[in-house]
Design a protein around this ligand. Structure first.
Ligand SMILES: NC(=O)c1ccc[n+]([C@@H]2O[C@H](COP(=O)([O-])OP(=O)(O)OC[C@H]3O[C@@H](n4cnc5c(N)ncnc54)[C@H](O)[C@@H]3O)[C@@H](O)[C@H]2O)c1
Length: 339
């Protein structure tokens, strides 16, 4: 029997590949087009919920196969929002990347950094198509890991942006992101003291918080604005969520599943904590349908559009495919003899 060697890639290994929007956006767009074409296999996330300090904590199993790209594998990922109190990341886990011909695991890699790449790529891909053509002001609420990734990807995909407003309950997180962003964004960066001055009148809104607060109020979500929320719909007041003329998700089954499990969810204080405040709005399209041109994106300058990507395993496996190839090309990582 031949030996099976698996490539092990730490988070530092993944980061050292320096993959950014130029490399990640095309491969995630391909995954989204395959989603629209139906050339994939994916299931709504199978989860367990060790509550700890937060009932929203989760561990998800996310298998995926993209036929055309020729990529398959499984992400086993945890999201524990209070981890920052222990000096640990919110999102941690492992991505297994398998060979589509033999099924053998080719690589086991950290999935936390790659999750940031794929989530920000998806948000920026739909923002590019749904933001107004003259969108100039971007609000980013939540300047942690995802907020940092989102700022980099959104500014790369919407070149008209001239002002970025940052908001975080931790002033140090805002300041750190401003300092980092000045490396690639030449417009104005404003650190905001409240949600109103951040969100009100922004052309593009990205919420990347822990989902504990309904941040976006209806009067701040102006005609012509595009908003993307990666905490389900939790960062939106019910009226704001339902104000959207177009409500877009990444996957209908996934969104329905999260809507269903969120209906009975309660906060640590026993308050209702639905995935979509006021219920899930009627879905206009999936992100893949917009990317594939099967459904028009923005059709008027005054439309309000919201996208809520729950997070698709097919986008993770597309990024894992990119990472595996780049690591092999550059000789990065360690080999583990599996058998
Ligand atoms: N949809 C997806 O595909 C997807 C993928 C990954 C992560 N997520 C979600 O994205 C969110 C952020 O993840 P992360 O890894 O960046 O976590 P993180 O802990 O690194 O960052 C969260 C940031 O939000 C800030 N914050 C919390 N409450 C706030 C509030 N009310 N107002 C302003 N700022 C606030 C925190 O101070 C922190 O800086 C989590 O909810 C996570 O579950 C979604």
């Amino acid at each position: 029997m031949k030996h099976i060697d698996v490539l092990l890639l730490s988070r530092d290994d993944v980061v050292s590949l320096s993959l950014g929007p130029a490399e990640v956006v095309p491969v995630v767009e391909q995954a989204l087009r395959e989603h629209a074409a139906g050339t994939y296999e994916m299931h709504p996330k199978i989860g367990i919920h060790p509550t700890g300090t937060d009932p929203a904590n989760f561990l998800h199993a996310m298998p995926a196969y993209l036929h055309q790209l020729g990529a398959c594998g499984l992400k086993w990922v945890g999201g524990f929002a209070q981890n920052y109190q222990r000096g640990l990341p919110n999102v941690t886990g492992i991505q297994v990347y398998n060979d589509t011909a033999t099924g053998i695991p080719l690589a086991i890699m950290d999935c936390s950094y790659a999750t940031g790449l794929r989530t920000a790529a998806v948000s920026s891909i739909i923002a590019k198509r749904c933001a107004a053509v003259d969108a100039s002001a971007l609000a980013v609420v939540g300047c942690g890991f995802e907020g940092t990734m989102h700022l980099r990807f959104l500014t790369s995909q919407i070149p008209a942006l001239r002002q970025v407003r940052l908001r975080d309950v931790r002033p140090t997180a805002m300041a750190a992101l401003r300092d980092q962003a000045s490396d690639y964004f030449t417009g104005e960066i404003v650190l905001c003291q409240d949600n109103a001055s951040t969100v009100s009148g922004a052309d593009v809104i990205a919420t990347c918080t822990n989902g504990d607060e309904h941040i976006v109020r209806p009067e701040w979500f102006v005609p012509g604005a595009f908003a993307v929320g990666i905490e389900g719909g939790c960062a939106y007041e019910a009226e704001a969520l339902h104000l959207a003329d177009k409500f877009i998700v990444d996957d209908v089954a996934l969104a329905k599943y999260f809507d269903e499990i969120g209906r009975d969810r309660k906060t640590a204080d026993g308050e209702p904590d639905p995935e979509f405040p006021g219920g899930m709005p009627e879905i206009y399209a999936t992100i893949g349908q917009i990317v594939a041109g099967m459904k028009p994106a923005r059709m008027s300058a005054s439309e309000r559009i919201i996208a809520i990507p729950i997070g698709m395993a097919i986008c993770d496996i597309a990024v894992a495919h990119l990472i595996y190839r780049a690591a092999v090309d550059r000789g990065i990582g360690q080999k583990f003899r599996l058998s």
